[in-house]
Each structure stands twice: as C-alpha cells, then as structure tokens.
Design a protein around this ligand. Structure first.
Ligand code: MG
Length: 272
C-alpha cells in the first residue's frame, strides 16, 4: 500500500467516523417523548418511545356481526339513535348515524352518555377508517373516557407504531396494553371494559380507579389501576375527588371512527 492509498484510507475512515457521530448526534426517537415525567412506579416516561412495543397477537374472534346484549344490559346505542348520548357541552350529539353505526363527524365534538354510571361492564364495537390516513396518534384515534378522566385509548394500532402507552387499549399516558390485538383498518373490533371507579373518604383516597380491558377477546389489562386522571405529556393524580358516578365519553379526535353495539351493565354497591 503506497503512502497515497494509506492516506486516502485513513481519510475515508475518519470521514465515516465523523458521519457516524453526526448520525448518532442527530438520532432522535421516531415516536414519543423524552422530556416528559416518569410514570409513578415505572421506569418509563409518559409517552416513552423506547418502552417495549406490545407483542402482536392475532385475535381468534372476528366481529362481522354484532352479538346480542345480555338480557339485563342497558342499551346505550342500538344502531339507530344516539338518544342516550349528548355532546360534551350538553347539546345534541353531532355524530352521524347510518347503517347501524355512529360515525364521528370530526369537529362536532366528543359525546357522552346522558346517564351516569359507577362501576360497570361496558361493551362496544369500533372500526377505524378503512382508508388509512395519518400515522401514530393521528390515525384512527378516539377514546373511551370514564367520567371525562380515565381514558382507554382507541387507535388504529394495526401496523401503526406509536408510543406504547398511547396505542389501542392503553390507559393513555400510563399503562401500555399487555399485547396488541388490533384488527386491520375498517374491520369491526370490540372492547369489553370492566371499570371500578376511584373512591374517597372525604378528601382521603381509599381506592384508585381500575380497569380490565378485553380487546377482540384478548385481555389487555386486568384490574389495572389508573395512576390518576388521563393527561397528555403529564402524570395525573387523585388530588381532585370526584363523585362515584359519571358519564362515559367517546372522543372526537378528528378521525371518522365508527362505533356500534354499545351496552352496559351496572355493577357494585353504588348501583343497587
Ligand atoms: Mg384518544
């Protein structure tokens, strides 16, 4: 190897190293945040993009047809009328009803049940838009938000990477689901949510809100506690006691999500 070749080789190696360093320096997580607080009891930050992605599980059940509700269930949406819902500002619900489902009209606002519930078993079915638009949190986003405080995330999580505490079935910003049981865009999917509300004795918290979430027949959470109210980029608390009953909200997050076959069974001491 002559001197010139050697110098060229060394120079190339140096340039490669500098390039690698520059690449490393510019490396940013593709998803999530690095400047958010840690979630109490976990080693992950709120919306941590480095948190392990839940394993993908193909559900064994499909929902081409809605199953009938149990005999003692309260039907919240039967496919024909949103009379049991209202807009979050108390006006009539602004979502479209057609073909046995209701569809979010983006911008019309989040809707909520008129009736208030305490502890309950809730069933609903949803479909993310068949036409895929957006990515991460911008794709097929909605949510089931108990009492306007505790959100079980609804998202198109079929081949759609996002921070794990924000994917389908997450306790948003807190707990990622055990697995990813999402079906493809446009397919009907189900949530069965068993929720126990938080309780206080005066100002003293005696029980955190907790939830079991079953997605397409697959358990995502079992009696998992919320660490407080759902917030974006922040950690919620139980600093503000709330009544043991509240409405259930379905979120307008600007995506034309569809819902159908929504029923609920009240449980617990507050519902006798
Ligand atoms: Mg949401």
């Amino acid at each position: 190897m002559n001197v010139r070749t050697t110098l060229t080789t060394i120079l190339s190696a140096l340039l490669l190293s500098v390039g690698a360093l520059a690449d490393h320096h510019n490396e940013k997580p593709k998803i999530g945040y690095t400047d958010t607080p840690f979630i109490p009891g976990l080693k992950w930050r709120v919306h941590d993009g480095t948190r392990p992605q839940p394993r993908v599980v193909t559900p064994g059940t499909t929902f081409s047809h809605s199953a009938p509700a149990p005999g003692d269930a309260t039907i919240l949406f039967d496919g024909h009328s949103l009379e049991n819902f209202e807009s979050a500002n108390g006006q009539p619900a602004g979502w479209k009803v057609e073909n046995g489902y209701t569809e979010v009209v983006p911008g019309s606002g989040t809707i909520r049940t008129k009736e208030h519930f305490g502890d309950f078993q809730l069933h609903l079915e949803f479909a993310t838009p068949y036409k895929v638009e957006g990515s991460s949190q911008g794709r097929g986003n909605s949510g089931v938000i108990m009492f306007n405080r505790y959100e079980v995330q609804v998202l198109d999580s079929f081949n759609n990477p996002t921070y794990p505490d924000g994917q389908a079935g997450a306790l948003y910003g807190q707990q990622s689901p055990k697995v990813n049981a999402s079906l493809p865009p446009g397919a009907w999917q189900s949530y069965d949510i068993i929720f126990e509300t938080a309780r206080w004795d005066g100002e003293t918290l005696v029980k955190k809100a907790c939830v079991t979430v079953i997605h397409n027949g697959v358990v995502l959470h079992h009696k998992k506690e919320f660490s407080g109210e759902t917030l974006h980029r922040r950690v919620g608390t139980y600093d503000n006691p709330h009544p043991p009953h509240g409405p259930i909200y379905l979120q307008d997050h600007s995506n034309p999500m569809r819902f159908r076959n929504i029923w609920i069974r009240a449980l617990g001491q507050y519902d006798q």
